[in-house]
Design a protein around this ligand. Structure first.
Ligand SMILES: Nc1ncnc2c1ncn2[C@@H]1O[C@H](COP(=O)(O)OP(=O)(O)O)[C@@H](O)[C@H]1O
Ligand SMILES: [Mg+2]
Length: 252
């Protein structure tokens, strides 16, 4: 598909005897905000981890910018793809600034040395709604919401074209969660970035996604803009998710 930045092409993935993704095909347009929802264990995390090659497909192909990830250099691939997970996984023994600078520092870019590093980290902290003064703190000295924001800043540090987010706001309170949702919407609108965002919350999927993917038994049950999902659910499972959120205003 022209304009697709990520393509799953008839992907199969099993763990042991258990098939997780079966003949999974999907195209994701450059600049899309794809939200992914489905029952626990249906393969959402597996789909995400195939994109940055933390795991490999058994058969079929995953293409990023038209290139088969099986043939890409995994380190270079991961530098170009930001990844955030639920409990962030910040390095506990590093300050916030060092955590943020970690990935770009791997490429030894002069843009991330000394004073430059300080300035860039401050800029990123502000872009996710944090005070730049937090740069010198350690992760244990932050609240859950602040840690989550630092995780996003770190994922954005190398200016990735693609951001993978796996239930990133699952562990924070409701108010912080709404603020983080608004923050990530703003970042998506301000930057030329494609986001894949796994959630178990249908309203979050409808609020954030330009495209919502509902997964069922290792396959896409439906992939469509939120207004289409709400108006014409393709399967009984999608209809059930929609029914619970029928009064919700989706992203336009
Ligand atoms: N590394 C692994 N080894 C064995 N089984 C796994 C592994 N990763 C995931 N699974 C299994 O694959 C299925 C799908 O997992 P996952 O993609 O994490 O689901 P989801 O993110 O939708 O909850 C689950 O049954 C899970 O237990
Ligand atoms: Mg998961």
């Amino acid at each position: 598909m022209p304009g697709a930045i990520i393509q799953f092409d008839h992907v199969h993935k099993s763990f042991g005897q258990r098939p997780v993704l079966q003949d999974f095909s999907l195209s994701i347009e450059k600049g899309a905000f794809l939200t992914i929802i489905g029952r626990s264990g249906c393969g959402k995390t597996t789909a995400l981890r195939l994109v940055n090659r933390l795991i490999c497909a058994d058969s079929g192909r995953v293409l990023v910018r038209g290139q088969d990830v099986a043939r890409a250099d995994p380190a270079a691939l991961r530098r170009s793809i930001g990844y955030t997970i639920q409990n962030v996984g910040l390095f506990p023994h590093m300050t916030v600034e060092k955590n943020i600078a970690y990935v770009p520092a791997l490429s030894k870019s002069p843009l991330w040395k000394g004073e430059q590093r300080r300035l860039r980290a401050a800029e990123l902290l502000e872009s996710v709604g944090l005070d730049a003064d937090l740069a010198g703190r350690y992760p244990r000295e932050l609240s859950g919401g602040q840690r989550q924001r630092v995780g996003i800043a770190r994922a954005l540090a190398a200016q990735p074209e693609i951001l993978l987010m796996d239930e990133p706001f699952g562990a924070v309170d409701e108010i912080t969660r709404r603020q983080l949702q608004d923050e990530i919407l703003r970042l998506h609108q301000a930057r030329d970035i494609t986001i894949l965002f796994v959630t178990h919350d249908m309203e979050e999927a409808l609020k954030l996604g330009t495209q919502v993917l509902v997964m069922e038994q290792g396959q896409p049950a439906q992939s469509a803009p939120p207004s289409v999902i709400m108006a014409s659910p393709a399967t009984p499972f999608v209809a059930q998710l929609v029914r619970r959120s029928r009064d919700f205003t989706p992203r336009q």
